[in-house]
Write a protein that binds this ligand. Structure first.
Ligand SMILES: Cc1cc2nc3c(=O)[nH]c(=O)nc-3n(C[C@H](O)[C@H](O)[C@H](O)COP(=O)(O)OP(=O)(O)OC[C@H]3O[C@@H](n4cnc5c(N)ncnc54)[C@H](O)[C@@H]3O)c2cc1C
Length: 558
């Protein structure tokens, strides 16, 4: 009879599996197969079954599912409740079709919601179940580009972009490809956007609507947008120009689908460039997020900065990424950026690591969890790169973020001046609560002051705190996890929450702030009252308003 294996020995062997299967296969460029897994799992004394004995049932089920997909060679997504929903979408290819849909909703009392790539929380995009709603997606002319003209003096180009155009390529959308991507078409003509988010699957309409931003205080999306065209809540086309209609323009750009359906965005783009930078994993005391001063220095010295803090006990490392624009010329040879999860093997290894580390952490083996984690993201790894802007800036495009590294977020934007207080608060949080570090990381990055009234960075540069919740976590609960951060960060007077990411339930209170809902938003955004008044002119019948947005922003109470 096989002797009983102490739990730690079992998980140690499981960690050996992760280490050997993932990294050995990776370095030898081998395919992973069941035979190699079973061989690695079993030892002379124990069968593979012994090794997995004692691992939580849910963890084991998910682990086997990932291992199965991993060795199959497919990149099939295991369904989650957050994936993009393409059922019952109404595709509109022209402005007239959008107008007709708004009028149809007005006449039959439906809500109209417009989807981009659906990277925001489902409730920010669509109507919750039970609400009568039409779900529109833009196609054809409304994702095409019209090239309006070049300015040879400033070396810029002006273009009118269909709001449904993806910035990069959205792997979940069968109609999205390199030839209809905004970044690829711009680059092919010699131009570039000054900034992108950490990935570029979004549509330009969805990107603007939630005030998406990359890690920079030098560049923001407001630098590029000159004018917008939208179909309002009465089916009328409105054109808003940055110079001619500054109030309406600054109110409407960030409006979460509540002012109307953006159909076209006129933007300006400058000469294309490379991003020269460095990515390294260091211990937090040696990192640029060790203090407010270090962070501010890095943010002022670099065009682009983003960091993922792996705050788990015995880990406490930071993946820090800094970069600067340089000219695309022979003096700057291209050195491609390599994502830590660029290969398929590393993505699946990371997925199985998340499962193992969550289970081990909750099972009180944080030291072992740290050991496994450090195999995937070792301290000391460093790379210098000098890559094309559309590849280096949205670097997470290079990982399988739509399949196995699927993540949900909440994101808190706080005045950059408060950076030190933020670090003190997070340090205390991680010290007092082992589980706040989770099994992944917390992104810490800056954002540029925005002119858009409802932007989370309206009026000030910001520090942003973005905890990651891996969608396949079988241990813990998303709201409970984010609550740990809301509890300590939302009491900051200057805290605002990203519109496209998770929010606490309406009615919850944090510190001396008003309860989550219209009062909380009103004390966060000085132009909220004016924004609501303007919105009422654009959408007097509330054709775009769902229960989610009404509870949060309070339109019907007016
Ligand atoms: C993996 C991942 C990484 C991310 N990285 C970042 C990041 O680095 N920085 C950051 O700030 N955010 C980031 N986000 C958030 C993301 O950028 C936003 O959620 C963004 O809104 C998604 O754009 P979308 O095209 O998917 O729009 P959707 O999510 O489909 O829609 C967002 C909102 O815009 C509205 N909308 C969409 N199209 C239109 C239109 N044509 N007219 C009017 N309203 C419209 C929708 O109704 C909805 O309210 C990330 C999200 C994910 C999943």
């Amino acid at each position: 009879m096989a002797e009983t294996v102490p739990p730690l020995t079992q998980v140690e062997q499981l960690s050996a599996l992760l280490q050997k299967v993932a990294l050995t296969a990776e370095s030898a460029n081998q395919k992973v197969n069941w035979e190699s897994i079973l061989k690695l799992l079993g030892t002379d004394e124990h069968s593979p079954g012994d090794v997995l004995n004692g691992v939580g049932e849910d963890t084991l089920k998910e682990l086997l599912e990932f291992l199965d997909i991993w060795i199959s060679g497919r990149n099939t997504m295991i369904p989650t409740k957050w994936e993009a929903d393409y059922t019952d979408l109404v595709y509109c290819s022209t402005v007239e079709e959008v107008q007709a849909k708004v009028k149809e909703c007005l006449s039959n009392g439906s809500i109209l919601r417009i989807a981009g790539a659906q990277h925001s929380t489902p409730e920010a995009v669509f109507a919750p179940e039970g609400e009568k709603a039409i779900r529109v997606k833009l196609e054809g002319d409304l994702r095409a580009i019209e090239w309006l003209g070049k300015d040879p003096v400033n070396d810029t180009i002006t273009l009118r972009v269909g709001a449904g155009c993806n910035l990069g390529i959205d792997p979940s959308d069968p109609n999205s490809n390199a030839s209809n991507s905004l970044t690829r078409q711009l680059d092919a003509r010699g131009y570039a956007l000054p900034i992108l988010g950490g990935m570029s699957h979004q549509t330009i309409g969805g990107y603007m609507s939630t005030s998406t931003a990359g890690g920079s205080i030098d560049f923001g999306c407001a630098d590029s947008i000159l004018a917008i065209e939208l179909v309002d809540g009465q089916g009328q086309v409105r054109k808003l120009d940055k110079v001619a209609n500054p109030d309406e323009f600054n109110a409407a750009v960030v409006s979460m689908g509540l002012f109307g359906v953006f159909t076209h965005i006129t933007i300006t783009a400058g000469k294309k460039y490379l991003v020269k930078g460095k990515e390294e994993t260091v211990l937090r005391p040696n990192s640029i997020i060790t203090s407010g001063t270090a962070f501010l220095d890095a943010v002022h010295q670099n065009h682009y900065v983003h960091n993922v803090w792996f705050a788990a006990e015995f880990v406490n490392s930071v993946l820090q990424w800094t970069g600067n624009q340089v000219a695309e010329d022979p003096g700057n040879p291209v050195v491609p950026y390599v994502h830590p999860l660029e290969s398929r093997n590393m993505n699946y290894a990371a997925a199985t690591t998340f499962l193992a580390t969550a289970w081990l952490t909750y099972d009180n083996a944080p030291q072992l969890a740290a050991l496994i984690f450090n195999i995937i993201q070792p301290v000391g790894s460093v790379q210098n790169f000098c890559d094309h802007w559309y590849r280096a800036l949205p670097n997470d495009d290079l990982a399988l973020i739509d399949v196995v590294i699927r993540v949900q977020f909440t994101e808190i934007w706080i005045d950059l001046e408060d950076a030190q207080k933020v670090f003190d608060t997070l340090t205390t949080l991680f010290k007092n609560d082992l589980f706040a570090a989770g099994n992944f990381g917390v992104e810490i990055y800056p954002g540029k002051k925005s002119p858009f009234w409802m932007s989370m960075s309206y009026g000030r540069d910001v520090i942003r705190i973005d905890p990651y919740w891996w969608e396949y976590n079988v241990i813990g609960d998303l709201d409970e996890y984010f609550e740990k951060f809301w509890k300590v960060l939302l009491p900051f007077e200057s805290a605002r929450l990203h519109w496209g990411k998770h929010w606490p339930a309406v009615g919850k209170t944090y510190g001396s702030r008003k309860a989550i809902g219209p009062g909380f938003v009103e004390e966060s955004y000085p132009k909220f009252g004016e924004w609501k008044a303007l919105r009422a002119q654009f959408d007097p019948k509330n054709v775009f308003v769902t229960k989610y947005w009404n509870d949060l922003l309070g339109f019907e109470a007016e």
